[in-house]
Ligand binder design. Structure first.
Ligand code: NAP
Length: 283
């Protein structure tokens, strides 16, 4: 194993966060994991009681932006410097655009974008001064491809992809890496208890959306991706001396992203003449 690192992972109560925390601790690393209540806090620490000094729980709702932005000094003083930040906490909003209100959009961005940014803002100065660190933002294949019924979710993950890639360019000179990890469909609680579904109200969308909603419900728990394998992949990622800006997880994500890249390239070519027509005459 490589040198032991200290991870800070948001949302370790289930899914990717839990799987990554377990795998990291098993591999000899230390994990500060955030959860949202005292029971989950005790569960996380007691689950790893056999490996003392490796699992530390903190209560944090990432939409408590003030708490998120100030998390580092306490962690630094009581546990030590964090080497790897994983912005994992997030959820999916599902709903046809016209049926989904502004509150649903705000909430989706509060958690998936503003929450992740608030936590990151806390860590960046420390990692920059230390000239060391790796920030992993769990985005989604939905941060690059889209499908009907998840406009707000895709919007939030596109936003996090953009922030992540830009931040990576700003921090590269300080030996701080930023990777957007974009999973395909995995067997977590994402499409189950965690998903927020706007109610249906407009029959015009039945033919398009009803099969999508039904299929997503039915496939929950039987998706192609295994979160334990995702956790191992992320441990491989943090071991790399040259981590990428983007990492897809899952062959479904790879296929769909490649398909979109091909479509995008073809579309760019089809419209190339019009695109070029706007350049000033003196360039
Ligand atoms: P999950 O099993 O539902 O886990 C979500 C985690 O996020 C839970 O620990 C949850 O805590 C936490 N969380 C939610 N809202 C929070 C908030 N406001 N503050 C703090 N923690 C919060 O689903 P998952 O699939 O592992 O999700 C993890 C990340 O992967 C998300 O960002 C998700 O969008 C992304 N992702 C998932 C998939 C997939 O197919 N599973 C694909 C692409 C991307 P509680 O237990 O307290 O609710």
């Amino acid at each position: 194993m490589s040198a032991a690192k200290t991870f800070f992972i948001t949302g370790v109560s289930s899914g990717f966060g839990r799987a990554l925390a377990d795998a990291a601790i098993e591999a000899g690393h230390r994990v500060v994991g955030t959860v949202r209540n005292g029971d989950a806090c005790r569960e996380f620490e007691s689950r790893h009681a056999q490996q003392p000094g490796r699992a530390f729980a903190r209560i944090l709702d990432v939409t408590d932006f003030a708490a998120a932005e100030n998390i580092v000094p306490e962690v630094d003083a009581s546990i030590g410097a964090v080497d790897v930040l994983v912005n994992n906490a997030g959820y999916g909003h599902e709903g046809i655009f016209e049926e989904s209100d502004m509150d649903a959009l705000r909430r989706q961005f509060d958690v998936n974008v503003f929450g992740a940014v608030a936590v990151t803002r806390s860590f960046v100065p420390f990692m920059r001064r230390r000239r060391r660190g790796h920030i992993i933002n769990i985005t989604s294949m939905g941060g690059f491809i889209t499908m009907p019924g998840i406009a707000y979710y895709c919007g939030s993950k596109f936003a996090l992809e953009g922030i992540s890639e830009t931040l990576g360019k700003e921090l590269k000179a300080f030996n701080v890496f930023v990777t957007a990890v974009a999973p395909g469909s995995f067997r977590t609680d994402w499409a189950g208890r965690s998903m927020v579904r706007s109610p249906r109200s407009i029959a015009d969308y039945d033919a398009l959306f009803d099969p999508i909603r039904t299929t997503r419900r039915e496939r929950s728990g039987r998706q192609p991706g295994d979160p334990r394998k995702a956790a191992q992949a992320m441990l491989t990622l943090v071991d790399s001396p040259t981590p990428p800006a983007h990492l897809l997880l899952g062959s479904d994500a790879l296929g769909l992203v490649r398909e979109k890249l091909d479509e995008l390239t073809a579309e760019l070519s089809r419209w190339e003449a019009l695109t070029r027509s706007t350049d000033a005459d003196d360039i």
